[in-house]
Ligand binder design. Structure first.
Ligand SMILES: Cc1ncc(COP(=O)(O)O)c(C=O)c1O
Length: 398
């Protein structure tokens, strides 16, 4: 029903902001794959950023127990104190960084945390510097709330590391924030401590931009470089994290944001108005994830590491261009120029002809326009099958 039906001055249909928000193309691929599966086709899924390994049994038990105990009511908007204390304890234990639980707001996943942060930070026309390539949803999230995403290039010759000169050159009078994401989606690059320190220095000048750090893939690292929290270098950073990836809880919808003190009250008010609170029993499951044994996280990382090596090697043999070693998260961004200029078309072709679903690079910014993002959060035998099917379609010798 259009707006005119409600007497809105003849204006019909959704407003520009809603029409203009870009799609998350990987989700579109997933929808097309599901349609093929309904017709009986088998599809190897490497398009979505969703861990295939199950969430821990003790986490499920804690959630079920909480539900049985009637813990399915509203909580305080910022999330129950024991959960926020457990999150603060994680910063102390893992990074040796003090975080006041009062600065934490528990959200229904990391995604709504972005809504809160941009809602609290951006006036119309304020710019946010985002890396290129970047997580698909960043530009849409920023623009939807009136901000302007401004991309800065990463250094492709150094495995998509931060190019501090390019970043410095991008800072202008309207720059309100710098967004970083390490380990990165879609490249899997892990920022070094030196890079984080240098980024923090850029923000520390009077009137300098805020830093927003998406740390959702922390703990999923394969090399010697362990992702460090931006809070060490910039205590006033906005840090967004959650339970989806590390603890394999995508569908539970639980995350958090650590805020600079001055933003706590307004973000809580936004959260009250838009989300009320995260589910109570899910918050209890989150406490179990934080407090319980972490060996399944280490086992998951070891499993992903084996898949990563196999996939990267297999894709290179098929002629995909991968000039770096992805060191974190569970993605590899592979150049696919040899298959065509339009990654949306290429991914569609691979899905239809090979039964292999991959995310088109176009999702992740101009720098990834002709690339494809492969997720290896899928079983090794499925990765093998995917490589075989790709070989048949792209015609190279493995
Ligand atoms: C970089 C990045 N940030 C945030 C999210 C959103 O995660 P959540 O499930 O917690 O909303 C994702 C999900 O894929 C992601 O890859």
């Amino acid at each position: 029903m259009g707006r005119a039906a409600f007497g809105c001055d003849g204006a019909v249909g959704p407003v520009e902001r809603a029409v203009e928000i870009p799609p998350f193309l990987a989700m579109d691929v997933m929808a097309e794959a599901a349609a093929l599966e309904r017709q009986g086709r088998d599809v190897v899924h490497m398009e979505v950023g969703e861990p295939d390994l199950p969430c821990d049994g003790h986490v499920v038990e804690a959630g079920v127990r909480a539900l049985r105990d009637g813990r399915a009511r509203y909580t305080v908007t910022e999330g129950i104190l024991p959960l926020r204390e457990a999150i603060a304890a994680r910063y102390a234990e893992r990074y040796g960084v003090e975080v006041d639980p009062e600065r934490i707001v528990v959200t229904t996943g990391a995604s709504p945390a972005f809504f809160l942060v941009w809602g609290a930070l951006l006036d119309a026309g304020d710019e946010v510097l985002i890396p290129d390539p970047h997580y698909a949803c960043y530009p849409g999230q920023i623009a939807f709330l009136g901000g302007v995403p401004v991309r800065f290039p990463l250094d492709v010759h150094r495995g998509y590391a931060f190019d501090l000169d390019a970043l410095r050159a991008g800072i202008g009078p309207h720059t309100r924030a710098i967004l970083l994401n390490s380990p990165s989606n879609p490249t899997g690059t892990v920022a070094s401590r030196d890079e984080l320190r240098a980024l923090a220095e850029l923000a520390s000048r009077p009137g300098g931009p805020w830093i927003v750090s998406d740390e959702i893939y922390h703990g999923v690292e394969y090399g010697p470089e362990r992702a460090d929290t931006m809070l060490r270098w910039n205590p006033d950073a906005f840090v967004i994290d959650g339970f989806s990836k590390r603890w394999r809880m995508t569908g539970w919808r639980l995350g958090w944001v650590v805020l600079p003190q001055a933003f706590v009250r307004c973000v809580r008010k936004m959260h009250q108005n838009y989300f009320l609170c995260a589910s109570e029993f899910v918050q209890h499951a989150g406490m179990a994830a934080l407090a319980g044994p972490q060996d399944s996280v280490a086992a998951m990382v070891a499993t992903y590491d084996g898949r990563r090596r196999r996939l990267v090697d297999g894709l290179r043999r098929l002629g995909f261009r991968i000039d770096y070693e992805p060191a974190g998260a569970f993605y590899v961004l592979a150049g696919a120029e040899h298959l065509g200029d339009d990654s949306v078309e290429v991914s569609r072709r691979l899905l239809r002809e090979a039964g292999v679903a991959v995310a088109p690079g176009a999702d992740f910014g101009p720098a990834a326009r002709t690339a494809l993002r492969f997720s290896y959060a899928t079983a090794l035998d499925r990765i093998e099958l995917g490589l075989e099917r790709l070989a048949a379609v792209v015609g190279a010798d493995r």
